[in-house]
Design a binder for this molecule. Structure first.
Ligand code: HEM
Length: 511
């Protein structure tokens, strides 16, 4: 009798559950359809490239040629066009300076549809915060990028680079091309760990090494998730082996950061230890974050501290890896510019084989080449906003509050109305005469406006130190059999790496 009752109530429960799932699914569908209607209405004055009714432009956007596809759409549709990631998520894709200014000179929030994927790892740090809390954090963290803080990092950059170049010396002896992207990635993460925690991968304890591996894994898993539509829904994703692997790596990263924060805080209680920190060779980001307070003396909570550390680790290593690797590719492609940069570096360094802070300001031609490679190969090719109020564009068209906007930095940098012969590598575009009069929103590798990259000076310094040391030690040539295949991952990557031939230039010098 009991078992009959139990099976009856179980089957009733099953029915209720299925009913509830059906109702919830129906409500969700209605919500999506209404959202789609609103999006179509909002963007009705903008054209849309041909798209699939269910997938939208997702196929085109997931292919390796997606970046150049958008450049070809930009020729067809000046200023902007609709872009659909599936049937229910559409945004206005823009690539024209006045359009970029209309949105990016304001502080609209990041689009949650795109940025919420990052939350599990980086929490609510600067990248995803908005409103007064973002403003408060930005103000508190800005001193961390003051040049007095950045100065000592030059030695950190140079040490990590030397380590990588010594390995390249051995690889180059095999006289085969190899992928520089991967090694630059190790070096950039090592550097960032040193600048954030005071300790890098070289000379790590077991705990730090697990952290290093976890960050690498998280970066890779997040890239795969963004490219795979079946992983986009949170509920489904956390049930998959991929999602669980992501959660495990998150735990390792978070535990490490929490532990380092606890240890630092405990050390700060001790006066002697405080004195030691004051006399320290340099402050790392964590020191700065622990000291940061707003005008009322309020400090960051432990959750906020962790989110900011994780945000720096996320934003700060893959971006510079991409910037440095594509720069080396440009140098290999254009030997005349490579030669000119090397001459400049040799003149600055003389007999030295390392770089000092004062050298950075003298690297004029190298800086022009770095900017030109950031134009052609922007490490962050696309960013998104959700409008907090309507926007009116210069040509009279407008978008209502709530609309999603994608700024396609890659297509903006190849917009022929702004950049004559956009595909040509010409560093003199950035000479002071040529920059005068250019639209301030024409070149946006670090975005622009109030939500621009807080780490841009750090990144430019790192790129200068690393690339100068690379060019000082090696000559770079392309591998015509393995040209890079551009791929929009979290950053601008290459499907098959960036394979270059390296020729050592003599004992640790660029002669
Ligand atoms: C070549 C290297 C880099 C490039 C190209 C780059 C590019 C960008 C871009 C385009 C944004 C805007 C993102 C958006 O609107 O969604 C951004 C924001 C940000 N970047 Fe960078 N970045 C680089 C390096 C760094 C480094 C080294 C750090 C930290 C150490 C960093 C920290 C941040 C943070 C915290 C934000 C969010 C700022 C805010 O919203 O207030 N970035 N970056």
């Amino acid at each position: 009798m009991m078992s009959v009752l139990l099976s009856l109530s179980l089957s009733r429960l099953g029915l209720w559950t299925s009913g509830l799932i059906l109702v919830l699914g129906f409500v969700k569908l209605i919500h999506l359809l209404m959202r789609r209607r609103l999006m179509i209405k909002a963007m009705e004055s903008f054209p849309a490239p041909p798209s699939h009714w269910l997938y939208g432009h997702a196929f085109e956007m997931n292919q390796t040629e997606s970046l150049d596809k958008v450049v070809s759409w930009a020729h067809q549709f000046p200023y902007a066009h609709q872009l659909w990631f599936g049937g229910f998520l559409g945004c206005l894709n823009i690539y024209e300076p006045d359009y970029a200014k209309a949105v990016f000179s304001r502080g609209d929030p990041k689009a949650p549809d795109m940025y919420d994927y990052f939350l599990e790892w980086i929490g609510k740090g600067l990248l995803v915060l908005h409103g007064p809390k973002w403003f408060q954090h930005r103000k508190m963290l800005t001193p961390g990028f003051h040049y007095e803080v950045l100065k000592p990092y030059v030695t950190v950059f140079a040490d990590s680079t030397r380590h990588m170049l010594d390995k390249w010396e051995e690889k180059a002896r095999e006289e085969k091309s190899f992928d520089v992207f991967r090694d630059v990635g190790h070096m950039a993460l090592d550097t960032l760990m040193k600048c954030t925690f005071g300790k890098g991968h070289s000379g790590l304890g077991h705990r730090d090494n697990s952290y290093y591996l976890a960050v690498k894994e998280l970066t890779m898993l997040m890239q795969q998730r963004l490219q795979s539509m079946q992983y986009h829904n949170d509920f489904i994703y956390w049930l998959t082996p991929h999602g669980r692997r992501f959660l495990r790596a998150c735990k390792v990263a978070h535990d490490h950061t929490d532990q380092v924060i606890r240890e630092r805080k405990a050390a700060l209680q001790d006066e002697k230890e405080q004195e030691k920190i004051q006399k320290q060779r340099h402050l790392d980001f964590l020191d700065i974050l622990l000291q940061a307070q707003d005008e009322d003396g309020v400090k960051l909570s432990d959750t906020d501290l962790r989110a900011e550390v994780d945000t720096f680790m996320f934003e700060g290593h893959d971006t510079t890896t991409s910037g440095i690797s594509w720069f080396l590719y440009c140098m290999a492609q254009y030997p005349e510019h490579q030669h000119r940069c090397r001459e400049e570096i040799c003149e600055i360094l003389g007999d030295r084989d390392t770089i000092q802070w004062d050298d950075l300001g003298k690297m004029t031609y190298l800086t022009l080449c770095i900017k030109e490679s950031l134009r052609l190969y922007p490490p962050v090719p696309q960013v998104y906003r959700q409008l907090s109020k309507p926007v009116n564009f210069v040509d009279g068209r407008s978008l209502p509050e709530g609309s999603l906007v994608s700024l396609h930095i890659y297509a903006l940098h190849r917009n022929s109305a702004v950049w004559p012969n956009p595909e040509v590598f010409d560093p003199l575009r950035f000479s002071s005469e040529n920059v005068t009069g250019r639209h301030p929103f024409a070149f946006m590798p670090f975005s622009a406006g109030p939500r621009n990259c807080i780490g841009q000076q750090f990144a430019m310094n790192e790129m200068k130190v690393v690339t100068a040391l690379c060019l000082h030690r090696f000559e770079f040539a392309p591998d015509p059999m393995r040209p890079p295949i551009k791929l929009l991952q979290l950053v601008l990557g290459s499907k098959n790496g960036i394979n270059l031939y390296l020729k050592p230039l003599g004992p640790r010098s660029g002669k």
